[in-house]
Every structure is written in structure tokens, then in C-alpha cells.
Write a protein that binds this ligand. Structure first.
Ligand code: HEM
Length: 147
């Protein structure tokens, strides 16, 4: 439907430059919630937030996040096929001390990146389409938090 077209159309250009767009997203995330920085065990090796974000380990994580988004965009027609992967990914994030509430801030940072990168193409329906996909991904990851 329309949602999928909006997501695929916007990801076509962004997905070609994953790292810079992921860096915009994570700069925003650490600005909104600086405490998240300390959940990365390698954050002690860097000084400022900007230093951290340009370190290889952080760029690696940014790349991993963008690849998960890329996988979700590629599987818009069968997102459920990613369920086991996302549940396990959630488990790993629980293990490093992430709270499921932080995913709301991550979502806000994703939208911020989209807005910065898409300019005029960032419309209310596009925003909603991305939110819908993101909430499916977050719901699947959240199942990884043991009750
Ligand atoms: C791994 C933190 C959000 C995807 C990790 C690791 C940490 C971490 C500490 C382990 C070290 C590493 O691999 O660099 C966080 C924090 C987040 C966050 C604090 C925000 C609250 C996300 C999101 C995604 C994601 C939204 C994707 C949708 C991954 C992947 C790995 C990973 C794919 C590698 C897992 C593996 O080793 O199999 N994350 N993460 N992360 N993260 Fe995140």
C-alpha cells in the first residue's frame, strides 16, 4: 500500500549512505538521552559525544542499526519473518542494560534523521508510515525482555 511506497521511496536514497544518516540519528539520540552513551562498554575510550560517534566501535553499531532498518524495509511484505531475529536482538539489548522505554527516544531520533535528510519529502503520511514500521520492529524486539 501507500505506507510501503513512502518507506521504500525515501529509503532508496538514505540507504545508500547508511553511516552518515545513522550518525545524525545517534547524535540526536545521545543529545536527547546522554545516559545511553554509557551503555556502550567502549564509551570509556572516548571523550565527548562527538568523539564517541566517530570512533570505529560506535560507527560499527550505527552501521548495524542501519542494516536492521534496511532489512525491515526489504521485508515490508513479510516483517514477521524477522521476528526471531528481532526477539534475539531485543534479548541482547536487555543484556547490555537498555530499557524498552528508550525505544521511544530512538524512534524520535529516527524521525529527526528522516526530517533532516528528506526535507520537503518529510510529510505527515511519510512520518506515520515510518512510525508504523518502527513500532512493529520495536514490538518484536521488546518480546526479548524476559518477564
Ligand atoms: C548491539 C546498545 C539500539 C541494533 C548493541 C550493543 C550495545 C547496544 C551496547 C553491543 C555492542 C555492539 O555490538 O556495539 C544500544 C543502545 C541502543 C541501541 C544503547 C538505543 C537505546 C539499537 C537499535 C537497533 C540496534 C534500535 C536496530 C534496530 C544492534 C545490533 C547489534 C547491537 C544489530 C549487534 C547484536 C549482535 O551482536 O548480534 N547495541 N543499541 N541497536 N545493536 Fe544496539
Amino acid at each position: 500500500g501507500k505506507d510501503k511506497e513512502l518507506i521504500r521511496g525515501s529509503w532508496e536514497s538514505l540507504g545508500k549512505n547508511k553511516v552518515p544518516h545513522g550518525v545524525i540519528m545517534f547524535s540526536r539520540l545521545f543529545e536527547l538521552d546522554p545516559a545511553l552513551l554509557s551503555l556502550f562498554h567502549y564509551s570509556t575510550n572516548c571523550g565527548s559525544t562527538q568523539d564517541c560517534l566517530s570512533s570505529p566501535e560506535f560507527l560499527d553499531h550505527v552501521t548495524k542499526v542501519m542494516l536492521v532498518i534496511d532489512a525491515a524495509v526489504s521485508h515490508l511484505d513479510d516483517l514477521h519473518s524477522l521476528e526471531d531475529f528481532l526477539l534475539n536482538l531485543g534479548r541482547k539489548h536487555q543484556a547490555v542494560g537498555v530499557n524498552t522505554q528508550s525505544f521511544a527516544v530512538v524512534g524520535e531520533s529516527l524521525l529527526y534523521m528522516l526530517q533532516c535528510s528528506l526535507g520537503q519529502a518529510y510529510t505527515a503520511p511519510l512520518r506515520q508510515a515510518w512510525l508504523n514500521m518502527y513500532s512493529i520492529v520495536v514490538a518484536a524486539m521488546s518480546r526479548g525482555w524476559a518477564k
